[in-house]
Design a binder for this molecule. Structure first.
Ligand code: ADP
Ligand code: X2W
Length: 436
């Protein structure tokens, strides 16, 4: 399936000091993605190179919450460096590398948000007066769609047109610009390439999945600082329209291609979840069966569950750890009576002999202990397509109803369409968006 992909190129791919595009695998990945028929929009930064130029001009770069304080000189430097040198360099590098590819190559088209008023902005005022810095208020998406459908890959420099200040040029943070485009285009994937492994926690470990609530907490507590603040805010903004949003390490070979095509970002994936509920007050649910597999009360050994979960979620949007041991730790916490009330008699496993192949666990959360919540629903990859997932969920629902509960809930990650379709077919309906 052809995807719409927005890629933000940051410090990692922009050769930091020199300000020119350093050849790395990102270009190869972009060529491969466009060759495969995906529509790709590139937005790039160039903050470090702009700061270098400013110093050469005898000026001291200044930032507030990751945004450049932009006076006339800073705007001049940003325009020269980002729109001039970096944008032209990226277009040149892409088109040069692409010319040997067989067939009609996709050509890069260099633009800034000023061209055709692609990015309309108004003055950024949240942090007082920081000069000619804009926040995006509108994306002229029609023009971008035309450019894409004409077979070009737009490479966009983060400048915008200020609608309130006589249509003059404003400096935009590149992450913010990419996010506005991704949200408006409703991109299938939005990838921020940077020079760190992802968003890091206080122990400098990569946070695998992040949502709105936890992001704000990390910013307020000072764990996320500097340029990572607008990046995380941008990722959350992108998530309003884009299905998958990731911050990944652009220094790793083929990080971009792997994230988009193999679903394996080593970095941070931003997620929102949907709370779904099923009403169980209707007719009795008959006992479920799963072909050759045995349905039974689920095992609670954390080692077995963790190992299976690690395999089941690897390569999906719900993969939230690095090793089977991490998964085992997670499941131990979930089984801990202080965290929630695990309801083993309502939880169902599917087994093939001794082997656990599918699971549906049920907990009663302390926050809302009146309602059972389905969690850790999975089928091991080699057993999919045989109705195992449906059977374990159905059997759990039957038990929940038989135990006298009128309804049950679960949370599904936005973008996990297969799981959502299964839950809908079993009568679950979306109640609300759930920010993690
Ligand atoms: N919690 C955090 N996790 C990761 N990076 C962080 C964090 N807090 C601050 N940073 C800083 O943010 C930088 C990334 O932002 P920035 O330099 O603007 O990247 P880019 O040039 O790729 O847009 C990292 O190099 C790091 O120094
Ligand atoms: C308003 C603002 O901060 N604009 C940025 C634009 C470039 C940018 O965002 O570059 P990186 O992605 O490399 O950080 C700046 O002038 O540095």
């Amino acid at each position: 399936m052809n995807k719409t992909i927005v890629v933000k190129l940051g410090g990692s791919t922009l050769g930091g000091q020199s300000g020119t595009a350093s050849p790395d695998t990102t270009l190869d990945d972009l060529i491969k993605l466009t060759r495969e028929g995906h529509q790709v929009v590139v937005v790039h930064g160039g903050g470090n190179a702009t700061s270098d130029l400013l110093r050469k001009m005898g000026e001291q770069p200044r930032f507030l919450n990751g945004l450049r304080v932009t006076d006339e000189s800073a705007l001049q430097a940003a325009t020269m460096m980002i729109r001039g040198q970096i944008n032209t360099g990226l277009v040149e590098s892409f088109n040069r590398a692409n010319r040997f590819v067989e067939g009609t190559p996709v050509l890069a088209l260099g633009l800034s948000g000023v061209d055709g008023n692609i990015l309309e902005a108004r003055r950024e005022t949240r942090f007082g007066d920081i000069g000619y810095v804009g926040e995006v208020v509108k994306v002229n998406i029609d023009l971008l769609v035309q450019v894409l459908s004409s077979g070009f890959m737009p490479i966009i420099a983060p400048l915008g047109v200020s609608v309130e200040d006589g249509a003059r040029t404003f400096n935009l943070n590149a992450d913010t610009a990419a996010a506005a485009i991704a949200a408006t285009l409703e991109a299938d994937a939005t990838v921020f390439l940077t020079d760190v492994p992802g968003v890091l926690d206080e122990q400098k470990r990569t946070i695998r999945r992040l949502g709105k609530k936890s992001s704000h907490h990390l910013i307020e507590s000072g764990v996320i600082t500097g340029g990572m603040i607008p990046k995380v805010e941008a990722a959350l903004k992108a998530l309003e329209g884009s299905r998958r949003v990731m911050v990944i390490d652009g220094r790793k070979p083929h990080a971009l291609y792997n994230a988009v095509e193999h679903y394996l970002p080593d970095g941070t994936t931003f997620v929102r979840r949907k709370l779904m509920r099923v009403n169980l007050s209707g007719a009795e649910i008959s006992p479920a069966s799963a072909q050759n597999y045995t349905l039974a009360t689920a095992p609670i050994e954390a080692d077995i569950l963790g190992e299976a979960m690690h395999r089941a979620y690897y390569g999906t949007i719900d993969y939230d750890w690095n090793t089977p041991l991490d998964a085992i730790e997670l499941i131990k916490r979930e089984l801990d009576p202080d965290w929630g009330d695990y309801m083993p008699e309502l939880s169902v496993s599917a087994t093939d002999g001794d082997k656990l192949v599918g699971l549906c666990q049920v907990v009663c959360e302390k926050e809302d202990s009146s309602e059972p919540c389905l969690t850790n629903v999975f089928t091991l990859p080699e057993f999919r397509g045989q109705g195992v997932g449906r059977a374990v969920v159905e059997e759990s629902l039957r038990r929940i109803k038989a135990a006298g509960y009128p309804s049950a809930v679960l949370r599904v990650t936005l973008g996990n369409d297969i799981a959502e379709a299964l839950y809908r077919s079993l009568g679950f309906e979306v109640v609300e968006l759930y920010e993690v």
